[in-house]
Design a protein around this ligand. Sequence first.
Ligand SMILES: NC(=O)c1ccc[n+]([C@@H]2O[C@H](COP(=O)([O-])OP(=O)(O)OC[C@H]3O[C@@H](n4cnc5c(N)ncnc54)[C@H](OP(=O)(O)O)[C@@H]3O)[C@@H](O)[C@H]2O)c1
Length: 482
Amino acid sequence: METNSVHQIAKSNFTLFVYGASGSLAKLKLFPALYELASQKRMPKDYQIIGYARTTMKVEEFKLIFEESVRAAHENIDKDIMKKLLRRVHYFSGKYDSIEDHKSFLNFVRKIEKEKKRVRIAYLSVPPSTFTAIFKSLGKVNFNTRMSRLRLIIEKPFGYDLQSAKKLKRVLYKSFQKEQIYLLDHYLGKEAVSNLLSLRYANSILSALLSKKYVSNIQISALESKDIEGRANYFDNVGILRDMIQSHLLQILAYFTMFAPEEKSSEAIHRGKAKVLKSIRIQAKNVVRGQYKSYKNEKGVSKDSTTETYAALKLTLNHKLWKGVPIYIRSGKALKAKWTAIVIEFKHGLLQSKQKNIEPNRLLIQLQPFEKIEFHLLTKLGGKTFDFHPIKAAKLIYCSGDCLSEHGRLFLEVVDGRQDLFLNFEEIFAAWRVIDPLQNYCNKMGEISCSPILYKKASLGPKAADLLIEKDGFKWFNAFPS
Ligand SMILES: NC(=O)c1ccc[n+]([C@@H]2O[C@H](COP(=O)([O-])OP(=O)(O)OC[C@H]3O[C@@H](n4cnc5c(N)ncnc54)[C@H](OP(=O)(O)O)[C@@H]3O)[C@@H](O)[C@H]2O)c1
């Protein structure tokens, strides 16, 4: 499809420091995204990429790791582009908490940089336990340039609960200012997610219909067919409520239900999302926790683990547009399908109310495994009968125009100094205020109320999750592609 879109190109020269460059996220997401930017000619004239980690290795070894991770992610690699990219890749081995190492690192950085007019960006691709040491080191040695202060990219999770998120903010703000900090939830880099707000407000029919007046319920599902895939060290301490719901799914909810921002600015978007998140009301009895049957046999999981690998919950919003509309959210691992979607069901119209078992009108916005939008309508059967049958109007939503992977897109935003697609602490705190009481309730009530219900792998999770929605007269709408 032809578009008039202009491809976003990095507006300034940059030096990127990848902390934890020897680790999994850097290889899986960041290095392939940097190749993508180079291959799409979006890089500036002078850019340099420096891996920083404790592991000692020669720069040639690091370049090999970089290249292999790009090859694992992309099918067709252009040799020339790769060669030119690797010329800009460097490696520095140092401790995260050493000021001396960071002073040497700064000298190393200066020698590599050609143009002085540039931004420096530190990407923290390390476990949260190392954040404080890195903030301190980067804060004590002056990495600012004449053009801008050092920018920091930090991946979710932002804390483990409200208290630790507040601590993270305190430690960060000791050395850095708000405009230097980019809190990254990669879901917000997905085209389909950032499109949610535009979709609503660019279409007057949707703006008119999407409110408590017409909507009977909203369902947000993020189902995974994979299990924890050996990540027990991380997952068993966290669980699905913190890993998926506190971050990605509450962000999707906020994006989808917020008022149109009153102005075009990052602050207005953050305010709108925070308003939704602060308006969430939830009761502990409306949370179902599940655990897949072989979970405790996974390597690294304790034999008495009560970590939930599945959660379903019902909440409402104390928000002018949505008051009284039940919102159901579910997410889990080792389920029947991989599927992420928002389903909006509409109240029955006059004719629909008179007939039993009639399907409601629906709007389905599917985000994964591929993006599409569907309207479910009803049409009358032919003849004298007054019965209806459902029809679907469906369209795949391809990204057309300026399309990039999540990490590539978000990285360009940081180079350009825009924070719209990142989080702020107000939103993060509001989301923890939703999740913390649910966790505290379990700590208080102990095992009887909160130990997860076991479910079979490749199923749709515990039956109790179906009852949660069915007692309100609704059903989970499942539309996995076969
Ligand atoms: N992996 C993912 O798919 C994913 C997805 C979303 C978010 N994240 C987040 O992204 C960040 C990085 O994740 P990751 O999976 O790449 O982490 P990782 O592979 O466990 O760690 C990255 C690097 O950090 C250093 N490191 C690891 N443990 C350390 C420790 N205890 N103390 C000091 N240094 C340590 C290691 O490098 P050296 O020993 O060489 O210094 C390691 O190679 C985390 O905050 C994670 O929560 C990851």
